[in-house]
Write a protein that binds this ligand. Structure first.
Ligand code: NAP
Length: 516
């Protein structure tokens, strides 16, 4: 059994009592414990503000970028042991573990390169300046400076490595110290990554601290210069947004929450064509990668009514190829879901969708025979393909996120109808449109973009090169309106805005031109 400790105020600290047990989801065996009871979380917040912040702000963007580059390398050096931690505690296959871990090191490296490009400066200038009166001397310009507080990052269970790194990379580059909190149930991977980060001595004291276990009173200490970035369920996000000090002290909050991501097949696409194959390949991958526990996984699929039987058969054929079982085995393509609660939620969620008018047309959430696992053990669920022939009537399909390998196939009556159906999800992280017809793409993009943080347009010309829609790239924004939390992260330099204050400076142009 491993005792996960928190890294606070420059040291590893162990909580007492109220211990949470971490388990191996493939075997249900306990592997570790975590507790934050009795830890001085107010002191950690203070330590970040007093030590980490000033040390980071004393560095230029290039110097901070240099640190991120070293962190990326330090984590890459222990990639194999991080993969083992992911398999053990998150039940990921090797390939799913790499998706999380390489996403972490890749995002750190990406922001390191942005730091290098920004060079020896400590503030950012936002846009062009302009004369404020008829005099060319009285000038106005917008600048961005790092906030003087702490960034608290609360992460979801499904990406322990990427969640830690993608948020920390942006905050640290902006010059803001971080207290990061992985979800307790799958915290082992983040804990191992943090051990390496501490050992590397790359960051100044107080720049990055980690809370392993419950959040305790951490958020109660946040004030007007601090930010809270949360990833997790919509209900927890709503609760955190409503915390008294968060409201009264105007703590800046970013929420990345639930999402009923959609894929649309245009009615110009012929079955068997390159675009069609890309669509089927992407949907099958999105349903099963990380056992469907991706915030960006495809949950709803809209296809021309005339093609729905064909798509159903082709998707079923793909899903049938997926071998389920012990995630450490090479032949296994899909491991268990992460916790007993997740398993119960997925099974219950399928029931909710069926009660709402969907029907199961392929697969089963209960009848699974995982390879290499003791009978009756592990939180396994097979891929499940549902179908709703009256998509507007099956409301829960657009409202209830089943966080597992479950997708609902539905017919549309053309591009405009498909875009409206996507909108029934009331805001998502990513939508994808597969078409080679410009008019169809234009209708879909105009209809879907207001509901989406990101839109992937799949077509024959990029069928071989494109990455499937569930992959979050640091250069593109991540987040979505409405149900998805109305947040925004990453997107290259755009991500830094959350951690910086934009201020309009007014004065003598000669002075202002020299600032920054
Ligand atoms: P969750 O239950 O909401 O937990 C998320 C995080 O919030 C965990 O670290 C949890 O800590 C913490 N937390 C819970 N209650 C809290 C409280 N009262 N005060 C402070 N922290 C609190 O979500 P989850 O089950 O981990 O994640 C699944 C959900 O996340 C799905 O709905 C998925 O769509 C969403 N998600 C969204 C994105 C995105 O980018 N939009 C990415 C990944 C996941 P403990 O673990 O210690 O309870």
């Amino acid at each position: 059994m491993i005792t996960l400790r928190s890294y606070l105020k420059g040291d590893w600290r162990e909580g007492s009592g109220d211990v949470a047990t971490l388990v191996n989801p493939a075997t249900e065996e306990p592997i570790g414990t975590a507790s934050t009871k009795g830890l001085d979380l107010a002191g950690a917040v203070d330590h970040a503000r007093k030590n980490g912040g000033p040390a980071l702000r004393a560095m230029t963007f290039a110097e901070r970028g240099e640190r991120l580059k070293k962190l990326s390398k330090a984590l890459y050096e222990i990639r194999d042991s991080l993969i083992e931690a992911s398999i053990l505690n998150s039940g990921t296959t090797r390939s799913d573990a790499k998706f999380d871990i390489d996403g972490a090191t890749g995002t750190l490296a990406y922001y390191a390169s942005l730091g290098e490009k920004l060079g020896a400066r400590r503030t950012l200038v936002d846009g062009e300046g302009e004369a404020l009166t008829r005099s060319p001397r009285f000038w106005g310009v917008h600048v961005k400076t790092p906030r003087l507080g702490v960034a608290v990052h609360v992460n979801a269970f499904n990406f322990p490595a990427w969640g830690l790194a993608e948020k920390a990379a942006v905050a640290l580059l902006a010059g803001v110290p971080v207290v990061t909190k992985p979800a307790t149930a799958t915290a082992l991977l983040a804990f191992r990554a943090m051990e390496r980060i501490v050992q590397s001595e790359v960051l100044p004291d107080g720049a990055l601290q980690m809370v392993c276990g419950g959040a305790g009173d951490l958020l109660a200490h946040l004030g007007p210069q601090d930010v809270l970035s949360f990833t997790g369920s919509g209900s927890t996000g709503a609760h955190l947004r409503g915390l008294r000090n968060v409201i009264e002290r105007s703590v800046r909050v970013n929420v990345e929450a639930d999402s009923l991501n959609a894929a649309v097949l245009g009615d110009d696409v012929a079955p068997g064509s390159d675009t069609y194959q890309m669509f089927v390949r992407d949907v099958a991958r999105e349903v099963t990668q990380k056992t469907g526990q991706k915030c960006t996984a495809t949950r709803r699929v809209f296809v021309p009514r005339a093609l729905i039987d064909r798509v159903q058969a082709d998707l079923a054929e793909r899903l049938a190829e997926i071998k389920i079982g012990d995630p450490s085995l090479d032949e296994v393509r899909m491991g268990p879901v992460a916790t007993a609660q997740q398993l119960a939620d997925v099974r219950a969620g399928i029931g909710v969708l069926i009660d709402s008018g969907a029907r199961a047309v392929w697969g089963s959430a209960t009848d699974v025979k995982p390879i290499g696992v003791s009978a009756g053990k592990g939180y396994f669920v097979g891929p499940v393909l549902l179908r709703a022939d009256q998509p507007r009537e099956a409301r829960a399909v657009h409202e209830h996120e089943v966080f597992g390998p479950v997708v609902t196939l539905m017919p549309h009556e053309g591009a405009q109808d498909a875009a409206e159906l996507v909108g029934l999800g009331e805001g998502g992280l990513v939508a994808s449109a597969y078409s080679d017809d410009r008019a169809v793409v234009e209708t879909l993009v105009l209809g879907m973009a207001p509901f989406s943080g990101r839109v992937l347009i799949g077509s024959a010309k990029i069928a071989e090169q494109a990455i499937s829609p569930g992959t979050v790239l640091p250069s593109c924004v991540h987040g979505g309106p409405g149900r998805a939390g109305a947040g925004e992260e990453l997107g290259g330099l755009r991500g830094l805005d959350f951690y910086m204050q934009r201020t309009a400076l007014q004065g003598d142009r000669a002075f202002l031109d020299k600032l920054g």
